[in-house]
Design a protein around this ligand. Structure first.
Ligand code: FAD
Length: 389
């Protein structure tokens, strides 16, 4: 188990880390560099998350960072989840999203809305052995998430779920799915209800696994609910309040995606800077050309701004202050920085940036998802516009 900070927020500049947070970050950094790095290429090629790596993430407490120790978790802060996602993503953003969905969406939803009985059953499992998945999107409902068509019908002491979810991250590895379905189509978004669905539930299965541009080691699958019989006690929160659970978890999840994209940008920058010092053209290292220095300086400046935004949003959340605008701005801005920095890193590598023998090609592919999932850039701008105008 990794060392976890006892303080939820520290004074001083937003980037300032407490001693405990430093120790936590450095430990995750060392783990990511030493243990994840050797697996990255093969996991990307095989489109498969290494099972041993998932076990190690559990053993280190990284799959239940905010889950209280009383439920077997690490008892850390949201900010520490963000540090972990950042450090892991600087080596592999696919592993970053596994840890992100587990902590900022699944565990988070249970911590806020589960009954004590649900917490007793699921939190210890999520902290130690069960991967979680978050199933909201459908073929017809992406940005317009609450137009979802999956139905839930109460029959005795069970709910029967029918429908298909699309694009569900972690689905191949997950044991527990947070599924959003509507109990009452006439009620619109007020009919949407959240359910905790175990993989072994009768009527639950996985469909097609997507063959993706980036984050290829992260599984993304269809989820099929065909007369899926979920015990009534597995309704999460209140019936008709699923939209609130979705909105509120995604507000926090967006900071997680910001951290994933921040780590990605830093990882790409690290490789580009190292390469620029090694690669020689015209008799000197390319890092000696002012044009290359300026590219790296601009990238570093954008990463610094991105880090301030991610940390600020996470600190606000831990301090229980409003963070919705900051979270949307963070995801919007940092995903843009990640794409730009990864693209420039490819250019600094020249031809070697375009092939799979070097890591920046993968960072460039992985960056694209930042502007798409957990709300596209347009949807972030819509939220920001609503809050600033
Ligand atoms: C790799 C991957 C992993 C994912 N993981 C999950 C997951 O774990 N769980 C889950 O529930 N979902 C997941 N998703 C789904 C993801 O959240 C959606 O793809 C995303 O919300 C966009 O929805 P869409 O694909 O239907 O695009 P659409 O909503 O069809 O959008 C298409 C385009 O239209 C634009 N657009 C749409 N509406 C508006 C508007 N009102 N104003 C301006 N522009 C608009 C969008 O910005 C976008 O550019 C994942 C997707 C991917 C690709």
């Amino acid at each position: 188990m990794l060392p976890i900070s006892s303080s939820a927020s520290v004074p001083g500049p937003r980037k300032h880390l407490s001693e405990d947070e430093h120790l936590f970050r450095d430990t995750v950094r060392q783990f990511a560099r030493e243990t994840i790095t050797p697996l990255v290429h093969a996991m990307d090629e095989q489109q498969k998350m290494d099972a041993g790596l998932i076990r190690q993430l559990f053993e280190l407490g990284l799959m239940g960072i905010e889950i209280p120790e009383a439920y077997g978790g690490s008892g850390g802060s949201f900010f520490e989840s963000i540090l972990a996602i950042e450090e892991i993503s600087s080596v592999d953003p696919s592993v970053g999203v596994l840890v992100d969905v587990q902590n900022t969406l699944c565990a988070n939803a249970l911590l806020r809305w589960a009954t004590e009985e649900q917490k007793q059953r699921y939190l210890p499992r999520l902290a130690t052995e069960w991967v979680g998945a978050y199933a909201l999107s459908e073929a017809v409902s992406g940005s317009d998430a609450f137009a979802l068509q999956t139905r839930a019908e109460k029959r005795g002491d069970q709910y029967v779920l029918n429908g298909q979810k699309l694009w569900i991250s972690n689905a191949k590895e997950a044991n527990l799915f947070l599924v959003f379905a509507t109990l009452d189509t006439a009620a619109g978004y007020k009919g949407i209800t959240a359910f905790l669905v175990e993989k072994s539930t009768p009527g639950f299965s996985l469909g097609k696994k997507e063959d993706k541009l980036g984050i290829r080691a992260s599984s993304t699958c269809e989820v099929i609910l065909d007369d899926c019989h979920v015990p009534a006690k597995n309704l999460l929160g209140e019936s008709g309040k699923g939209y609130k659970i979705a909105i509120e978890t995604l507000n926090e999840g967006r900071i997680g995606i910001g951290a994933q994209m921040l780590g990605l940008a830093q990882g790409a920058w690290n490789h580009a800077a190292r390469y620029a010092k090694e690669r020689r053209q015209f008799g000197k290292a390319i890092a000696e050309f002012q044009a290359v220095q300026f590219q790296l300086a601009e990238m570093a400046t954008e990463i610094e701004a991105a880090r301030l935004m991610v940390y600020n949003a996470a600190r606000l959340k831990d301090a229980r202050q409003d963070f919705v605008k900051e979270a949307a701005m963070t995801k919007y801005f940092v995903s843009h920085v990640a794409e730009r920095v990864a693209g420039l890193a490819v250019e600094i590598f020249g031809g070697y940036g375009f092939v799979k023998d070097y890591p920046v090609e993968k960072f460039f592919r992985d960056a694209k998802i930042g502007k798409i999932y957990e709300g596209t850039s347009n949807m972030q701008l819509a939220t920001i516009a609503k809050l600033v105008l």
